[in-house]
Design a protein around this ligand. Structure first.
Ligand SMILES: [Zn+2]
Ligand SMILES: [Zn+2]
Length: 157
């Protein structure tokens, strides 16, 4: 029998069960939305979107569902110095760039090679590196265009 491509629900069900968690309609709705977007939404943004599909869901449930997904390895939580957090349904290695003007998060291809991380361990002699957080900063396409427009207006004004 040919293996069928696994549905989002199958992936979710398996990951939840492997972590001793139950599959619920609320968790599925949160996961569906997160898997369908590249916007790296905040919990509030997820809540606003998911509420239209599951009207009874509460913000607290959305929060807990997001944390459960992170715990099961189905989502990544991006935290920031101001205490805010965004969630990413994309769990393959990639970098993030944050717009300095509108705070939008954009995916960038790439990852730090495992050999380089091993070298860091040798270089420091003792620090055991288990992961890394790297953020590029700059301006997204919209904000870059706006800034260009503004500086042109200034030059001509
Ligand atoms: Zn921007
Ligand atoms: Zn991402």
């Amino acid at each position: 029998m040919a293996t069928q491509p696994r549905s989002t629900d199958d992936i979710l069900r398996e990951a939840l069960e492997a972590n001793g968690q139950r599959f619920t309609e609320q968790r599925a709705a949160v996961y569906h939305f997160l898997a369908s977007t590249r916007s790296h939404p905040t919990a509030d943004e997820v809540y606003l979107q998911v509420r239209s599909a599951v009207p009874v869901i509460s913000l607290a449930t959305v929060y807990k569902s997001l944390e459960t997904l992170v715990g099961c390895g189905l989502a990544v939580k991006l935290t920031y110095g101001d205490g805010s957090a965004r969630y990413d349904g994309r769990t393959d290695p990639h970098h993030h760039a944050r717009c300095l003007s509108c705070s939008r998060i954009v995916d960038l291809p790439g990852q730090v090679p495992a050999e380089e991380i091993e070298e860091l361990h040798e270089d420091t002699g003792s620090f055991q590196v288990t992961g890394y957080r790297l953020e590029f900063t700059g301006y997204c396409a919209d904000c870059a265009a706006e800034r260009r427009g503004a500086s042109e207006a200034m030059a001509h004004g």
